[in-house]
Write a protein that binds this ligand. Structure first.
Ligand SMILES: NC(=O)c1ccc[n+]([C@@H]2O[C@H](COP(=O)([O-])OP(=O)(O)OC[C@H]3O[C@@H](n4cnc5c(N)ncnc54)[C@H](OP(=O)(O)O)[C@@H]3O)[C@@H](O)[C@H]2O)c1
Length: 111
């Protein structure tokens, strides 16, 4: 990767909008590198449910999956900080979540 690499983080990348965002960010520019966070990889089956792992395999190293990132857990900020040590972030898309009708407030530093 050259210095012009643009580093993205997308949370909640195992499915839905997060997965599609990862796909489109990679397709938009070969300078883009995506750190895709998931709670866990999905178990692969005959229908290929583990789509983020497939995307990772096709990405020539431009997509890195960060496992164990549950945004509902208190330790998530520290975990992400450890996993991303030394990486200079350019863009964060905080997509993880579901439409349950109740809000959760979180505070704390990420950087
Ligand atoms: N789709 C819509 O029309 C719509 C409208 C308004 C807002 N949104 C918001 O957009 C985001 C994505 O929606 P979507 O339709 O793509 O939903 P989705 O298909 O249900 O996907 C949600 C993603 O978030 C992950 N996730 C859920 N809870 C998490 C947690 N506690 N920690 C980490 N990851 C978690 C899921 O991972 P797992 O595989 O581990 O469950 C999954 O990858 C959500 O925040 C949703 O509230 C969506």
């Amino acid at each position: 990767m050259s210095d012009s690499t643009v580093n993205w983080v997308v949370t909640g990348s195992s499915s839905g909008l997060g997965l599609e965002l990862c796909r489109q960010i990679l397709a938009a520019s070969d300078k883009n590198k995506v750190y895709a966070t998931v709670r866990a990889r999905k178990s692969s089956g005959p229908s290929g449910e583990d789509k983020i792992s497939v995307l990772e395999a096709e990405s020539s190293g431009r997509l890195v999956i960060l496992e164990g990132i549950d945004i509902g857990k208190d330790e998530v900020v520290e975990k992400l900080r450890e996993k991303m040590a030394g990486v200079e972030l350019d863009v964060i898309i905080h997509n993880a979540g579901s439409l349950t009708g109740h809000a959760q407030e979180r505070t704390g530093d990420f950087a």
